[in-house]
Ligand binder design. Sequence first.
Ligand SMILES: [Cu+2]
Length: 150
Amino acid sequence: MNKFLLGSLVLVFLLSACGTSAPMASKGAIEITASFANAVGVGENSAAFMSIKNNGSEADTLLKASCDAAMMVTIMDSKMEGDVMSMSDVSGIEMPAGSTVELKSGGYHIMLMDLKQELKAGSTISITLEFAKAGKITLDLPVNAIGSMP
Ligand SMILES: [Cu+2]
């Protein structure tokens, strides 16, 4: 993809209203849409949410996530135990061919721990996802006021 086309896609995303289903990043068979991170202060933890689709005919795996703005980044799953929500690290997220995995509140998410900078609502944060087959995909996530849902 050339730079001009990439720039156009970013512009299209910025111009479109919230709730758009147009992909905000894609590479190989992987397409990422509707993503955002929660606004928090320095030293706090945030979570990033998104929808990841594997359009390919082969399975892929989300191996890890990285973000320069956080001291540590992990992929986590959440589940309810009784009426308590607990989160645990996962070693990766399997993406069967043709599947869509939703990273959302109460499920999988990218945990951004110990932020080095404030995440202000309305700004963006750069996160890189690494897939076994598709490789690295970097996207600029919009930062939303905490508590807002995708
Ligand atoms: Cu978490």
